[in-house]
Structure formats: C-alpha cells, structure tokens
Design a protein. Structure first.
Length: 366
C-alpha cells in the first residue's frame, strides 16, 4: 500500500508491507520525494542501509536496522463465529455485554466527508492532549481521505454520546485495512463505571469493525503494531492480543530524509570553493554524521566536530562552543547540521563567537 501527502517536510510517500525493497528501487521509484517512510517491510535488502544509513531514522521506539517488530492480523476470510471464538474469554465477555446490555451502537464511515474528518481530528487531538501526545497529522489524514484510503468508525451510547472512535488506512488493492489511530476520552470522567463502559465500547467497536470490513470484502485486518518497549505499549499490546489473530514479524520501519540529503549534497559539493578553510561540523546527529561521511568521500579529512552534548572517545574528539574562539575565524568554515528551528535558538551565540551564515558558516539542512 502506498500513498502520498504534503506536510512541513515536503512531499512524503508512505509504503506499507513492502517485500524485497532495495536501494535501486528507492532510487528509481521514490527519489523524487522529500521523505520516504517505509512501514512494516519484509525482507529489506541491506544495500538500503549501506546507501542511506546516514539519512535514515527509525519509526519505532528504540528502532535500529533489522530490528524485528510485530503486528497482529485478523484473517477476515474466517467466519464471524471463528473470529470471535479466537478471542480471549474476557474480551468475548466484554463485547457481548456491550452488545446485549449496554445498548451501544456503532457506525462505519468508509467515505468520510470534510466535516467527518474535522470532527475526528478534533476528537483525537483532545484525546492526545489528555495523554500529552502529539496531535494527529491533519494534512496526512486529509490527503488519505482524498485518495479514498481512510475510514472512520464510532461507538455511541443510547444518547448518541461518542464513547470511542477508530480510524483506518484502506488498501483496496490488496484488500487490507490497518488501524491507524484509536481515541476515547475516558480520562475526562473519574467514574469507574463509566470508564469500564468505554473499555467495553472500544472492544465492541473493534469487533463490529472486523465484521463491517469483512462484509465490504476486505481480507486482512491489521491492528497497527504491537510493542513491548515500555509499560504503556505492553498494555496496548495485551489489549490487542485479546482479540486473537496471527502475530506477524517485520523488519524495522524506517524513514529516509531524501530532500535533506539532496540539500546537503549540493552544499557539500560546493566546499571546493572554500579551499584552505578549516572545516568544522557543528552538531553530530544523523546530519552531522552524513556530512562527515560525505566530506571524507570528497577527500577532506582535516575537520573537527563541535557537539556540546557528546563525550569524547578514543575514536573521536568532540569540541564545545567555546573551543571555536581558539580558531582563526577568517580561515574557518562552520557546517551547521541543525534544523532551522534549532539553529534559531543558538544563532546569537554563534554570532557572538564570530561565526555568521553568509560569512564563515553554512546551514546544511535549509
């Protein structure tokens, strides 16, 4: 499944469940995008890591190359009785109680309108605020809706109050759906009975969603990942595993910052104009490491690294801001690897040290 959208990072392409992805395919098919996100890939070729390791970040918590991740799938080709029979006893009980005693109702919106999307975004963001999480990417959601790849489901009580909402990515070609986000506002109510009701509503909504998408011809329902990297993720995984299904293992999901690579390459390729300058790489995150790799490939080995948060090792010495005072500013070129937002915070400090963009400093990422 693939989709594209635009956000503050430029044009983004997201790929889900790719198989056998290699660097040649990335270069031929995706190099025009600013950002490439690869989610739940299988059999990723190592040449991608060799080609892009310096501009690669990982999407999962504590991710790294080839680190396995897991997701949970439900086979919708099974009968409704088989689907509920594979669930844990407590999950089945909560669903049946919600259906038979709580008088809850559900709705599925497979072609959400503008107002539907706006309502869901507002609902999710309110939920995110209650958990101190990031707001939803509204540009991404609106683009998915325009591409007919997004669905919203709701569970309401007898008075039409929303108890829980889910959103899904739709892969009509391969007949797969994936849970994108889930939201409920149980933290707004201290009543334990009401919180329990929302818990039952959420389980019931998952079950009703399974049956609704099965009826629409989808064959695989993906719960959107299960992780155990912290206590909250463990609790979410346990909740999902209560529905049964098949656990699938994938390679680590990753993001390639292709636009940033293009911008950095262009500026680094122009360093020959500064022959005789002492090169300083300012900041040694992924962008700093990429800059070091690129300038070494250009035959420049006489450089130092300034990073105020890194400790020197036997392999590399990290200098600090104050060390810049010891250099001849007329013969020094500082390559700043920070984002624009971060650079603004330290611009005055560098200026006081005698380093200014347009004179003896270059910003590599913008």
């Amino acid at each position: 499944m693939e989709f594209q959208y635009n956000d503050i990072n430029g044009t983004v392409c997201s790929i889900y469940w790719s198989d056998g992805l290699n660097s040649e395919t990335v270069q031929k098919k995706y190099s025009m995008f600013d950002v490439l996100q690869v989610w739940y890939p299988q059999n990723v070729y190592d040449d991608i890591y060799e080609q892009y390791k310096m501009i690669m970040t990982f999407n999962e918590y504590r991710g790294h190359w080839k680190r396995s991740v897991q997701s949970l799938e439900c086979n919708l080709l099974r009968s409704a009785d088989e689907i509920i029979s594979q669930m844990r006893k407590n999950t089945r009980y909560e669903i049946r109680r919600a259906i038979n005693r709580d008088k809850l109702q559900t709705t599925v919106i497979t072609a959400p309108l503008k107002d539907d999307v706006a309502e869901y975004i507002a609902y999710y963001d309110k939920f995110a605020d209650s958990k101190k999480m990031h707001h939803i990417n509204s540009k991404k959601i609106k683009a998915l809706t325009e591409q007919s790849m997004y669905a919203i489901t709701k569970c309401l009580d007898s008075e039409d109050n929303v108890l829980a909402e889910h959103a899904y990515y739709l892969d009509k070609k391969d007949k797969r759906i994936m849970l994108a986000t889930s939201a409920s506002l149980f933290r707004e109510n201290e009543n334990p009975e009401y919180r329990n009701l929302i818990g039952r509503a959420n389980r019931m909504l998952h079950y009703k969603d399974l049956l609704a998408f099965k009826e629409l011809g989808y064959e695989v329902y993906d719960y959107g990942g299960i992780g155990d990297y912290n206590e909250e993720l463990k609790a979410i995984a346990e909740f999902k595993l209560g529905f049964g299904g098949d656990v699938r293992t994938y390679d680590a999901s990753f993001t390639l910052h292709l636009k940033k690579q293009r911008v950095m390459d262009e500026k680094i390729n122009n360093l020959q104009l500064y022959t005789g300058q002492k090169i300083v790489i300012y900041g040694f995150g992924w962008a700093g490491k990429y800059a070091a790799d690129r300038i070494e490939n250009c035959g420049i080995n006489d450089y130092i690294v300034v990073d105020n948060y890194a400790e020197s090792t036997g392999e590399r010495v990290y200098y600090k801001d104050e060390d810049l005072r010891l250099l001849d500013r007329t013969k020094t070129l500082v390559l700043i690897t920070l984002t624009e937002k971060t650079y603004i915070k330290i611009e005055k400090k560098l200026d006081n040290l005698g380093y200014r963009v347009g004179s003896n400093a270059i910003t590599l990422l913008f």
